[in-house]
Design a protein around this ligand. Structure first.
Ligand SMILES: *Cc1c(COP(=O)(O)O)cnc(C)c1O
Length: 378
């Protein structure tokens, strides 16, 4: 493929830092580079406490454990999202309640959340789709009024803001991903952000296989013991070393991706004005971090024709999520009280993501847009 949808890249000292980690004599987890990465997030975005994880999915599983849920509790999750957002909670024996998107934005429709809340609702999980913020003013009001735990799935939302406040700092807990398809990458990798003090101590224990190893290294206890549930949630120093090299250059990466995003936006404005496609709407006060650039086609059929047309020029554009409420797993295993989620269904059928990656050239963005304009013949 001449222009793939995504392409992993090296930005600077990735391989140098991996060698350094080996020379330091420790490549298991929670070493020098893990701490550097965690400190980066605490200092750059003001998150209270950060723990590096092997994936965003793992960080979500830690969230599910931290919420101390009981059988029959309800967790509200958007239907238009990646499997992991819901999956992490399924094993806790809770009911997943799917929420719909706005009609002009794939994010959770904040005006529809309250109708889903019952006395069993404990947790609200939100996803900042394409790295663009949900309607946080309304969401924070709902969370306070109903005393819910708020979890932000920021897998796509690195270095993005709502009302100048970084995404990942609103929730009691938040999670990030460094999967190779995200803005900042380490192959696989994730981060748990803990903004509420009450969760910190237990998070450290879950992270270290249910032991009080954190207290042991602080010399607060004389030996470390098995005291809770947990897993091996921490990544190796090799992953952390790679990730730190990317974080050091995050501004360069963000600048490039955002410039690609705005070039698409500029080039495709006319098609949007002529009502051939839609570009979706951002929530007021939300920034773009250049994670995804998508267009919304008129129908599934038209989208498929455009995908095939671009493929004939060796360009890969891709659809995105299948609405989770319609999934075979949800139908078989979840007591799904929610009806037909028409906006999630619409995005399932019509949303198309255009290539975006660090090494994509602005001239290539123009080339892609010219093909799209030809397709719609304007
Ligand atoms: C990528 C993604 C995840 C999963 O991230 P991993 O690091 O691959 O586990 C979860 N939620 C959303 C919204 C994502 O985009």
């Amino acid at each position: 493929m001449k222009i793939p949808y995504n392409k992993p890249f090296l930005i600077g000292k990735e391989t140098k830092y991996i060698k350094e980690a080996i020379k330091l004599g420790k490549i298991s987890g929670n070493g020098t580079f893990t701490k550097k990465c965690q400190n980066f997030f605490q200092e750059t975005f003001g998150f209270k406490k950060c723990l590096l994880t092997t994936s965003c999915t793992d960080a979500l599983e830690m969230c599910a454990l931290l919420c101390n849920l009981e059988h029959g509790d309800e967790v509200i999750v958007p239907s238009y999202t990646f499997v992991s957002t819901a999956l992490a909670f399924v094993r806790e024996g809770v009911n997943i309640i799917f929420a719909d998107s706005y009609d002009n934005n794939p994010n959770i429709d904040a005006d529809k959340i309250e109708s889903l809340i019952t006395e069993k609702t404990k947790v609200l999980v939100i996803v900042h789709y394409a790295g663009s913020a949900c309607e946080m003013n309304k969401i924070m009001q709902i969370v306070e009024k109903h005393n819910l735990i708020l979890i932000e799935d920021c897998a796509q939302a690195f270095d993005s803001y709502y009302d100048k406040k970084p995404l990942g700092s609103f929730g009691h807990l938040a999670v990030f991903s460094f999967h190779e398809t995200k803005n900042i990458i380490s192959g696989e990798g994730g981060l748990l952000v803990i903004n509420d003090d009450n969760f910190i101590k237990r998070a450290e224990i879950l992270w270290e296989k249910g032991t009080n190893r954190a207290d042991f290294s602080r010399k607060l206890v004389s030996k470390y013991e098995w005291i809770d549930t947990g897993s091996s949630f921490l990544p190796s120093e090799i992953i952390a070393a790679f990730l730190y090299a990317q974080l050091e250059n995050y501004q360069k990466i963000q600048k490039k991706r955002i410039s690609i995003w705005f070039e698409y936006f500029k080039q495709l404005q006319a098609l949007c004005r002529n009502n051939k496609i839609s570009l979706g709407c951002q929530i007021d006060k939300a920034t773009t971090n250049g994670h995804i650039f998508y267009i919304i086609c008129k129908s599934n059929d038209e989208r498929q024709k455009l995908i095939d047309y671009l493929k004939s020029f060796d360009i890969l554009a891709v659809s995105h999520y299948l609405s989770l409420a319609n999934s075979p797993f949800a139908k078989k295993h979840l007591k799904n009280k929610t009806n037909h989620l028409e906006n999630a269904d619409k995005f399932e059928n019509t949303l198309l993501r255009l290539p975006i990656y660090y090494e994509l050239k602005i001239s290539q963005v123009r080339e892609i847009c010219n093909h799209i304009k030809d397709f719609y013949k304007v």
